[in-house]
Ligand binder design. Structure first.
Ligand SMILES: *Cc1c(COP(=O)(O)O)cnc(C)c1O
Length: 364
């Protein structure tokens, strides 16, 4: 780090950014990292080889700007998602965080309001603040579920320009039923974003919010390659929506925001979707093993349709987090009193976490 000459407070920073802290999940070099819900299984070698070949080809033309509309990649996502979607329905960016930022730049902004049911994904308020919008936190039941009726009442009262429904919800793992999404859509006049970052980990055959898209031009379903797809480091997220929504996002994106190398890598990975996703069942099995074992240790796991488990009845989360850290295991303190969150890893990583937890002792 270079010499620090002034303090942040001494800079002419935007007033509405003063006092904020950046997103900061710790990145510690511990042997067992189960803190940011990554897929901890490496990309299979044959897929990595094909991705390398595609990147090598793209490199030959890297003197030119990439396809600004990344048509081949959008076709790949449309094929992967199915539901009769075409490239026109798809948008993508460097992680779904950037996709959500585009949505907020187009549909929120200064003087506008965004809304989500707390506790939910910590980036929604941060992204909202960054575009100058006001974040409003709605309420959930004690088990973190939401009913369609209550959701509609809260949204009608808040009148947000953009609603985020995280399905299943991070950091709680809670499923969101389609009737909640329909009720929220009916209750609002703004954009409704269903963030399905963890959809692939839901029970098989569960309907996606993609099935609700026809006839709902204000509905957006966002996905990411960072979780089930084992592609977090490549930074690729995407959404499906009415083509008019995609046109709106073109107004705010930077030209050529998806590099030729990213487009090549993501298109190649999509060609191997079944192989990339083959670890999902194994991860779900480890997730369920975590829930069962920590319950036996006296903690309270919440129902999860994702690749992580939130658990309560933790007497002192900071102390337990540190004890695990000292044993080489990194999990996440999401700031909910008496709770911690852990991602499901490989069988070995999961065993290491559970053994470390058991060695610390049962919940009081
Ligand atoms: C991890 C996560 C994302 C994905 O972020 P990327 O920018 O695609 O890596 C999006 N939404 C939620 C709720 C998440 O937990």
């Amino acid at each position: 780090m270079g010499r620090v000459s002034v303090r942040l407070e001494d800079l002419p920073l935007r007033d509405d950014l003063r006092g904020l802290t950046p997103y900061g999940a710790p990145q510690a070099p511990l042997p067992i990292a189960l803190n940011v819900n990554e897929n901890t299984h490496p990309v299979p070698q044959e897929v990595a080889d094909d991705i390398m070949d595609s990147i090598a080809l793209a490199l030959r033309e890297v003197n030119r700007y990439p396809d600004r509309d990344f048509v081949a990649l959008r076709e790949g996502f449309a094929d992967y998602l199915g539901h009769g979607l075409t490239a026109e329905n798809i948008w993508a960016a460097n992680g779904s965080n950037e996709v959500l930022q585009h949505v907020l730049q187009a549909f929120a902004g200064p003087g506008r309001k965004t809304f989500g049911f707390a506790p939910t994904y910590s980036m929604y308020p941060l992204l909202s603040q960054a575009v100058g919008a006001t974040w409003l936190a709605g309420r959930r039941e004690v088990d973190y579920s939401i009913s369609a009726t209550d959701a509609a009442v809260q949204v009608r009262e808040a009148q947000p320009d953009v609603v985020f429904l995280c399905s299943p919800n991070n950091p709680t793992g809670t499923p969101v039923s389609l009737d909640v999404i329909e009720a929220v859509y009916e209750a609002s006049t703004g954009i409704v974003v269903v963030d399905e970052a963890y959809h692939e980990f839901a029970p098989q055959g569960e309907r996606s919010a993609l099935t609700l898209l026809p006839g709902r031009e204000r509905l957006i379903v966002s996905r990411t390659m960072s979780k089930a797809f084992a592609f977090a480091g490549a930074r690729v997220g995407y959404l499906a929506a009415d083509p008019a929504v995609v046109d709106a996002l073109r107004l705010v994106r930077l030209p050529y925001h998806l590099s030729a190398l990213t487009q090549a890598a993501a298109s190649a990975a999509l060609r191997h979707a079944p192989t990339m996703l083959q670890m999902v069942d194994e991860i779900v099995a480890q997730r369920d093993r975590i829930s069962a074992t920590i319950e036996a240790l006296g903690y309270r796991p919440y129902e999860s349709w994702s690749n992580f488990v939130l658990f309560g009845d933790v007497a002192d989360p900071a102390a337990l987090w540190q004890s695990l850290y000292d044993r080489g295991v990194l999990i996440r303190d999401v700031g909910i009193p008496h709770h911690l969150r852990v991602s499901a890893g490989t069988e070995e990583e999961t065993t290491a976490f559970l053994d470390a937890l058991a060695s610390i002792g049962s919940a009081s």
